[in-house]
Design a protein. Structure first.
Length: 558
């Protein structure tokens, strides 16, 4: 791998990169024609798995067993990614890189995932001299609407990616797939992030064969699909978010999308965030990573429910049960985390001299470890890999027959948007009606209202740019208030149940002279008592949240 210890872009060394190699002038309108540099536009269809580097030998063996054949020796590649100072390419969904492979240099421009595919993106390649970006001009140039040819000087090195690559080719009938195993490092200034992944690029043949190959290879190793590009890794380092749980999902539905494109615009960002959080969990992520993975599943389930109710998407039943399995698996571990960090800590702070807290904490640490082991087992299971790939495949090949007839008709998908707006408005009105006298409802009914408010908030998130801003903020704030106040009540209910279950399981005479269980019973009893107490101002807070919801404006797309 070239210069493994070198600094990333922004250093003096890399800022001189444009002087490396034979000089290629920054040209304007006719740069490609003047230099005889051909531009090949193509669509890259690629599936990627994040795989721990420790599983590399098993991964290589799985590729060979599946029918892959070596396509030459390992190669060390260096790519320099460019953008303007204000991130113009990133903000518009484009990537420009120059990759060095020995003495060869290739400039590649890539677009983001298109509305017609979950795994396809535009790709334009131009062989060039050296490491200076070359303008590609003309009305069909990929960056024509983002960066004028004369502004090519505004591009600067943003970050580098050094990769050690092993390449295999898979051929079966009419299907040809290039398989690359990449171990590498992304660098920006003096910050870096390592990664290891395997990419499957469909060169020829059917996507069905591509997914089948990925399933076969992925089942042999711990693997999570990844929709995150190397460029996105670099931008996260540049923006200071690398290594953190993915808490924000960036949706981009537009009014000109039809039903299938809307579905992809809702689902793909959820899956991308989920996959990243699952990969971090597999690498030993924190309880916050687990929580955010669970939130991603909730967002995904909410979007699928909306697509089924508003647009008649038919695929919900096939994945609903598996998504619930994943949610339950993550949820059990999360409950133990909340108990230790919230209920136990709260009781200990209120009664610092009471006995049994250490024994109770130790008992629940063991449960946390058992739950974490269960999550780890699920992460490495063919079942989870199958679910994730199934979701990608279903939305990659959406067709009119996947929706109920009549629900998505209309020029430009306008009927689809009307149905989405109508369904969201119906759910909001129903929630407002049923939340009347919320503070007087039973705990069970309050919990139901909370779940509906949270689900509706997740359903609304993708449409933030389509609802007038003040109206959107008011609605979301009202839903968030309901979720927060009732969430505290629900946490008390769950924590009380966990403490009671522990007390009942350990009631009776000690099992040994040093049995810590009896000491933990007192602490468990304190937690039950505290959780059963009304929080100060609890009813008033719930009533205030209800009034906020009642005052929220009607939902309407702008």
């Amino acid at each position: 791998m070239p210069r493994p210890d070198g600094p990333g872009p922004g250093s003096a060394e890399l800022m001189r990169v444009n002087a490396d190699g034979p000089h290629c002038p920054r040209l304007g309108h006719d740069a490609d024609q003047a230099n005889g540099l051909p531009m090949n536009a193509d669509t890259e269809i690629e599936l990627k798995l994040a795989v721990p580097e420790t599983a590399w030998p098993e991964l290589a063996g799985a590729v060979l067993r599946a029918g892959g054949r070596h396509a030459g020796p390992s190669r060390a590649l260096r790519s320099i990614y460019f953008d303007t100072q204000d991130g113009r390419l990133r903000r518009n969904g484009f990537v420009l890189r120059i990759r060095s492979d020995g003495e060869a240099h290739v400039q590649t421009i890539k677009s983001g995932a298109g509305r017609h595919s979950m795994i396809g993106r535009g790709e334009w390649q131009t062989p060039i001299h050296g490491n200076t970006p070359v303008a590609v001009a003309g009305p069909n140039a990929p960056l024509a609407k983002v960066l004028r040819a004369k502004d090519i000087d505004k591009l600067r090195p943003a970050f580098t990616v050094d990769v050690e690559r092993d390449t295999y080719m898979f051929t079966q009938g009419e299907t040809v797939v290039e398989i690359v195993l990449d171990k590498g490092v992304v660098r920006h200034l003096y910050t870096q992030e390592s990664f290891s992944e395997v990419e499957f690029e469909l060169k020829q043949g059917s996507r069905q064969d591509l997914f089948a190959l990925v399933r076969e290879v992925g089942a042999a190793v711990p693997a999570v699909p990844s929709l995150t590009t190397k460029a996105e890794r670099g931008y996260r380092i540049e923006l200071g978010t690398s290594g953190r749980p993915i808490t924000r999902v960036d949706y981009a539905p537009t009014r000109d999308m039809d039903a299938a494109a809307i579905a992809r615009a809702l689902v793909r960002p959820c899956l991308a965030a989920l996959f990243d959080n699952l990969a971090m969990l597999m690498a030993g992520g924190t309880s916050e990573v687990l929580h955010q993975a669970r939130v991603c599943v909730r967002r995904l389930r909410a979007s699928l429910t909306l697509l089924g109710a508003a647009l008649g998407w038919r695929g919900g039943e096939a994945v609903r049960g598996e998504l619930k399995w994943l949610s339950d698996c993550l949820g059990q571990a999360r409950e133990y985390d909340v108990f230790v960090k919230s209920a136990l800590a709260r009781a200990e702070a209120a009664h610092p001299d009471a006995p049994g807290f250490e024994a109770l904490r130790a008992a629940f640490r063991r449960r946390q470890d058992e739950a974490a082991a269960g999550v780890g087992q699920a992460l490495r299971s063919p079942r989870l890999l199958g679910l994730n790939l199934d979701m990608l495949a279903r939305f990659d090949t959406l067709a009119p027959g996947d929706f109920e007839p009549g629900k998505t008709a209309g020029a430009g998908g306008e009927a689809a948007w009307r149905r989405l707006e109508k369904e969201l408005r119906r759910r909001l009105k129903s929630l407002v009606r049923d939340a009347d006298a919320l503070e007087e409802l039973s705990a069970e009914k309050q919990h139901g209202i909370r779940i509906r408010a949270k689900k509706l908030r997740y359903m609304l998130e993708p449409f933030a740019d389509l609802v007038p801003p003040r109206r959107f903020r008011a609605i979301v704030a009202a839903l968030q208030a309901i979720q927060d106040e009732l969430g505290d009540i629900n946490d008390d209910r769950v924590n009380c149940a966990l403490a009671l279950a522990h007390a009942r399981a350990h009631a009776g005479p000690p099992q040994a002279d040093d049995d810590p269980a009896p000491a933990s019973l007192f602490a468990a009893g304190l937690i039950v008592a505290i959780c059963r107490e009304r929080r100060p101002g609890g009813n008033q807070a719930v009533a205030a949240a209800r009034r906020k919801l009642l005052r929220s404006p009607a939902l309407a797309f702008g």
